[in-house]
Design a protein around this ligand. Structure first.
Ligand code: BES
Ligand code: MN
Ligand code: ZN
Length: 501
């Protein structure tokens, strides 16, 4: 998709379709008034009728009147007070999704009021609309099919209309948004692929291809080296499967380098290619969703690729422990005691609490590789989904200023998080008779305890993002397909970009 920025008025822009976001209760003067006049009053009439206000992201398709665009799509953007970076991404995505099955090759979007309402003006609006249009075009139903009946349009051109704006800075914004969206879609596509397709080895192969494409260095630690190093938790989870565990390490920038902030940030992503629960096997109900348990890994791999496109050479690590959690004669058993890479011993009470085991060793390894700051992303608990649902990611972190830094990146990315406390007093519930700690205990406060467990394996500033609720949608939304959402990709990239020179 090629992106073109025009500083003309929207009524001078030819396209298959012109999308016009309508914020709140417009006065129908200025640009919107002129567009309405040229559609013969249809735009305003549809709005008055309620067609674009009936629910969030409602749309009305309007004939073009004497406009050079083939058709006009009015889309309800919500009240002015609700227009933030997240909302604008969703508007872009909802426009693209509304065009499912339609013959649209050139889509024009009038940035209009969005540019006025956003900090960063037209270039911010262009970035977020472009990202939204790209993300809106993601459809997992095409992964294993040659054709679908009603496909999302594959655009040749996206035209962003910003009258009077500085075209160069708006185009730079749009390009950034497109790259961000493509990165999220890379993560989503990988995450959505099935477990018979994406084994730990295949995920490592995909990471190798991505590293080659973007000039990243890569090292994949297989089971033998992992055993020599002492990654006892990582190996315990992987040992039940015929598909051997792979610790995938990607690096941007030279070894030993720190970023503009004097940091080496490591992004660590849970890569459980399938989580059957192991010997503590899950019930059959929705077990198929556990192919998505590698989403954190897919996200950090995509994020470092996106960073390489936007700010090549910026120091960053991505560590993705990839395993398959399976029951079998070689599996770890409940009650097995293993030694973690950091030397602590762990009593595996529940083999289904596997994410924290592989993350613990991956975080220790990231520190050994020189990471000064850590962020991990994981589909770690069902509890976080019960607490916050599909739209808000639960996040933990310490010390607080580092957590706040990460949340500032989240605001730039337009992603929603809620901080979960690390309640020290609960740590005693995880004491073991046989080891330094257990990987699971009484379920009260289970979400908090999952964070406390991981904290045992970090000594540097650290944030943990539990995407157990937000990694994938069970049903489509106006702005997103069902399946992997790409959540946290933009936040991680924004965070890493803060260290670009
Ligand atoms: N991958 C699951 C968490 C999960 C479940 C994410 C459903 C998304 C949807 C994780 O490995 C797991 O099994 N967690 C257990 C932890 C428990 C055994 C302490 C859970 O949440 O039930
Ligand atoms: Mn599990
Ligand atoms: Zn899991």
């Amino acid at each position: 998709m090629h992106i073109r920025v025009v500083t003309d008025q929207p009524w001078d822009v030819p396209a298959d379709l012109l999308a016009v976001p309508i914020v709140g209760e417009p006065a129908w003067d200025g640009t919107l008034g002129e567009l309405d006049r040229r559609t013969g009053g249809e735009l305003r009439a549809q709005h008055a009728f309620g067609e674009v206000r009936s629910k969030p992201f409602a749309t009305a398709l309007v004939a073009n009147g004497d406009l050079p665009a083939g058709r006009v799509l009015a889309i309800g953007a919500g009240e002015a007070a609700t227009i933030d970076r997240r909302a604008v991404v969703r508007i872009g995505a909802a426009i693209e999704r509304r065009l499912e099955g339609r013959a649209v090759h050139t889509l024009a979007v009038s940035l209009g009021d969005l540019a006025v309402l956003l900090d960063g003006g037209a270039s911010a609006a262009a970035e977020l609309i472009a990202r939204g249009v790209v993300e809106g075009g993601f459809d997992p139903s095409t992964i294993y099919r040659d054709a679908v009946e009603s496909a999302l349009p594959v655009l040749d051109e996206l035209v962003l209309i910003a009258p009077g704006a500085d075209a160069v800075s708006v185009a730079a914004g749009a390009e950034r948004g497109q790259v961000m969206g493509e990165g999220a879609n890379l993560a989503r596509r990988l995450a959505n692929r099935s477990a018979n397709d994406v084994t730990p080895r295949v995920l490592a192969d995909e990471a190798r291809a991505i590293a080659e494409e973007h000039g990243l260095s890569i090292d994949v630690v297989g089971p033998d080296r992992a055993a020599e190093m002492g990654m006892g938790m990582f190996l315990a989870v992987g040992q039940g499967s015929d598909n051997p565990p792979q610790m995938i390490v990607l690096r941007s920038g030279p070894e030993g380098a720190t970023d503009a902030r004097g940091r080496l940030l490591a992004l660590v992503g849970k890569g459980v290619c399938f989580d059957s629960g192991g010997i503590s096997i899950k019930s059959a109900d929705r077990m198929e969703e556990m192919k998505m348990d590698k989403t954190g890994a897919c996200t950090v791999i995509a994020a470092i690729a996106t960073l390489a496109r936007l700010a090549p050479g910026t120091p960053l690590l991505a560590v993705a422990p990839a395993v398959e959690n399976m029951p079998g004669p070689h599996s770890a058993r409940p009650g097995d005691v293993v030694r973690a890479l950091n030397g602590k011993t762990v009593d595996i009470i529940n083999t289904d609490a596997e994410g924290r085991l592989i993350l613990g060793d991956a975080l220790t390894y990231a520190e050994q590789l020189g990471a000064t700051h850590l962020v991990d992303v994981a589909t770690l608990t069902g509890a976080v989904a019960r607490a916050f649902g599909e739209l808000v990611t639960g996040a933990f972190g310490t010390p607080q200023p580092w957590f706040d830094d990460v949340m500032a990146a989240a605001a730039r990315a337009g992603e929603a998080f809620w901080q979960v406390p690390l309640v020290d007093e609960y740590r005693a519930d995880m004491d073991s008779w046989y080891a330094d700690l257990t990987n699971s205990s009484s379920s009260d406060g289970g979400l908090v305890k999952s964070g406390l467990f991981i904290r045992e394996f970090v000594t540097r500033p650290w944030v943990h993002m539990d995407i157990g609720g937000t990694a994938y949608f069970r049903k489509a939304r106006p702005w997103a397909s069902r399946g992997a959402t790409g959540t946290t990709h933009a936040t991680l990239v924004e965070l890493a970009l803060a260290g670009a020179r």
